[in-house]
Design a protein around this ligand. Sequence first.
Ligand code: FEO
Ligand code: CA
Ligand code: CA
Length: 689
Amino acid sequence: MTTNCSPETSSAATARGPRLALPMLGHTRGSRSAQTCHFRCGDACLTENPSTSSAPAFEQLAQRAIARRSLLAGLGAAVVAGAALSPDEARAAGSGRGQGKGRGTRADAAVSAPGALAPAGALAGFAPVGPVAADVDDVVVPDGWDWHSIIAWGDPVERDAPAFDLDAQTPEAQAKQFGYNCDYLTVLPLGGSGKRALLVANHEYTNENIMYPGYVDDESLTVEQRMTSMAAHGMSVVEVRRDGPGSPWRAVPSRYGRRITASTTEFALTGPAAGSDLVRTSRDPEGTTVVGTLNNCAGGTTPWGTVLSGEENFQGYFRNTATPDERNAVYGISDTGRGWDLGDERFDLTKEPNEVNRFGWIVELNPYDPFSTPRKHTAMGRFRHEGATASVAPDGRVVCYMGDDTGGQHMYKFVSRDRVARNPRQGRDNDVLEHGDLYVARFAVEGDPTSDYDGTGEWVPLTRGGRSMVPGMTLEEVLVFTRVAAAAVGATPMDRPEDVERNPVTGKVYMACTNNSGRREPGAGNPRVRNRYGHIVEITEAEDQTSTTFTWALPVVCGDPSDPSTYFSGLPASEVMPIACPDNVAFDAHGGLWVSTDGQPGSLDLADALHHVATDGPERGKVRTFLTVPVGAETCGPVVDSVEGSVMVCVQHPGEVDGASIENQVSRFPYDGEVRVPRPGVVQAIKRR
Ligand code: FEO
Ligand code: CA
Ligand code: CA
């Protein structure tokens, strides 16, 4: 999503036709189209909300490290850290991304895998695709692979849902159909046959201009259309079935089918800030029940089979945004014209000033129980959550890594107070994420420059033992205004921290910093004035996930490899494929790192993609493109099965191109030949046998 792009860059792909009255048209930064700026993040670039932390900006530290690291290029110095897998971690490798039968097989493979070298297992030796131009309206997969659509916007999810009808969209229908702009994706085993699974997807935001016949501008939207968009946000649970391993998944009607929406679903607010004065409203005087979730971006799957979802750009959904609490200023709360208050007045902050404090959380959903009440966990802090990925530490505590996706914001870690069982049962709720310590990362460049690390860091506590660690702020204030607390303790401003995930094989943690073109002042010796292309941060905890110190390195500084400001762990440009704006990170059972992108069209004039990135051994830093998505789309939520040879992704916002409109579409994804609009959806690529 959002806030840091560069004004000199225009969208690579445009459509002929009437231009929308979009505030960012001609002013977009970096990789964004004006449509993206408007519909996804509410023209956030028009407002500034940098961290007030006094710590050196991460990009300055990073560039110093890049300069030092370049001295090491060619030495082949990368070494596998080789952190041992706990039984829980080994199991997580097989269950968190599991697809039915074979979980044990994948866990075994993970334990015995050498680390993240070249693509392994069924992915070994795949023929990279592309580079593919940004205006190609197709899903491109390697030779020897086929792809198909599993489900798309408007398809029935709940059993009594109507079929999609472009001309008869209603809030009631949408609340039972697959939502718009799917992002995070996970597939959880159902039963033991390997033929059934639960697919869970996030629905981040809506593109009204290519959804509704008759759209002219935001003012032209009817209240019913606005409420339909509201219902198109949230999450979906879909049962999928197949004939057996290696066969394509297909969506089926099921009692598990469930929509979670911004308008209809009740959430329980948990943790220390639940019930506080900061989250009470007239409709919820107890401050414990929130209706809806919104802007659900990335996420994670817990070892006990629940799904975490990050409420990201919650700041752009409210009217009359001059909130009385100045601590919300750093969140950039702004009226984006969605007009949800016309159908639900709690989105008018003059009527419900605390409603905005009830979004921006990590959500937990148990997809195995269609009647479960999803939760929002206040112990994990409130910010523009990209996502959260959970793993179990050797002592049984659960650790979640999290990014706050805005230029100059921070990276966080939650460590639970309580422990989970060694073999938590799938789909059984627990309250382990309701209490724990919240940390924020502070990076430094220290140590021996000839060693195999680039810097050190510490996790600075914001809360510990149920108490605030931030002078002048109560526990509730730290959790509701977490950005303020992080700045107060000197957290490191970073280049839009997106997805963060732990490699279940090596134990190292990888974070995608997608870009930060807002930076105008380079650091000393900094070869890259603007970080238009982003980079990947590798973190090695001192001991395990609960450690409070770490070392860090940058295995990949993204861009066109011919650009001297890029860095691919010392590999020559001829051996590397271009990559830009990394967003989601995921691991396969062999420890292979997969990185999906959101911004290659605007930054490299290439289609957004899913890449394999080698993190260890002589190929460390090597990028191989596995697939690309249609014009206007970003690649989201990769689920990579390196045992069976299956790769699933969400195709988010196909056709989101400046100038596109309901009558002038640039994409017809998923190409079903009947519907006149692009429909965001889930695809699966399968290795041909
Ligand atoms: Fe919704 Fe940070 O991407
Ligand atoms: Ca994104
Ligand atoms: Ca994202």
